[in-house]
Design a protein around this ligand. Structure first.
Ligand code: FMN
Length: 294
């Protein structure tokens, strides 16, 4: 393992190790306004949601490492305590990168990026029309984390109005395939949340499950099952009874496997396959425990 001591590591290096590890990060596309009414727009990926009631979003505007200066977004917020946080999807990712350029304070990144300012209902900064979700926010607090280059300023925002494009909503829920969000990683890497990058992991959390420790030894020590497979099995509510295990002999594929010379290994492969393909934990655990009884 590479060990890093933040106290003796140059900030530039530490920054990249942090960014490469804390990833992918959602991107807040932050719209603010200065005292002369000039629009400002910039992306911030030190960003997340921290509370739903009240609805609180936090992003961090950092002091530049090169010259310890602060950013226009922070300056504007200190003046008027209002922002709009827009999300960034694939359709606007390139325009978003233009808005991250250090244009002079009075230059609007809306104009430079070609994105359209849309009047907000409750705050002065404009929304980004092309963004599928736009959140009007009041800034509750600014927390300064340090005085040197790289130090963050946490901007704690309360959402006062949310606008969501109908195009990304199905049955009153945002469809991840439709919203097509982008995430920021280390260096110049991004991730597009679409296609195979999106997966559904179903694990009820209110019913208590057996846990890894209660899995039979032969399953825990299997050279075929992965950590993820064991995680799936640890999520079942109880181990099958001997009668239930015996019953799986009637499954057509298990029946075939039982005619092999070494059915135990084949049963582990079969269980892995049904877990990976269909998350069929019931069939998998019975087949694995049958292998134990042979
Ligand atoms: C995807 C992306 C994410 C960024 N995240 C941050 C961040 O979390 N904090 C930060 O201080 N700067 C971040 N930046 C850099 C700022 O966007 C950049 O310094 C910008 O010029 C600031 O604009 P402003 O002075 O108008 O606020 C990010 C840039 C990009 C492209």
């Amino acid at each position: 393992m590479i060990t890093i001591d933040p106290k003796t590591t140059p900030t530039r290096e530490l920054h990249q190790f942090l960014l490469g590890s804390i990833a992918p990060r959602p991107i807040a596309f932050v719209s603010t306004i200065d005292e002369n009414g000039n629009n400002n727009l910039a992306p911030y990926s030190f960003f997340n949601a921290f509370s739903s009631n009240p609805p609180i979003l936090v992003f961090s505007s950092n002091r530049r490492v090169v010259d310890n200066t602060t950013k226009d977004t922070l300056y504007n917020i200190e003046q008027n305590k209002e922002v709009v946080i827009n999300v960034v999807n694939y359709a606007i990712v390139r325009q978003m990168t233009i808005a991250s350029i250090q244009f002079d304070k009075e230059i609007s990144e809306f104009e430079k990026s070609g994105l359209t300012p849309l009047k907000s209902d409750l705050v002065a900064p404009a929304r980004v029309k092309e963004s599928p979700v736009q959140m009007e926010c009041k800034v509750k607090e600014i927390v300064t984390l340090g005085a040197h280059g790289g130090a963050g300023h946490l901007i704690i925002c309360e959402v006062v109005k949310m606008h969501i494009s109908e195009d990304v909503v199905d049955n009153n829920r945002i469809n991840p395939h439709k919203i097509d969000l982008m995430g920021r990683m280390g260096r110049s890497y991004y991730v597009r949340a679409s296609g195979d990058a999106i997966m559904s992991i179903y694990q009820p959390v209110t019913k208590i499950t057996i846990g890894f420790d209660k899995l039979p030894k032969s399953i825990k020590n299997s050279s075929i099952l992965t950590g993820n497979n064991l995680g799936q099995l640890a999520g079942i509510e109880k181990l099958p009874s001997n009668a239930e295990i015996d019953d799986v002999r009637n499954h057509p594929e298990v029946e075939k496997i039982l005619t092999y010379e070494n059915p135990e290994i084949a049963l582990h492969h079969f269980a892995k396959n049904v877990l990976d393909k269909n998350d069929d934990r019931d069939l998998a655990i019975k087949s694995l425990m049958l292998a134990d009884l042979l």
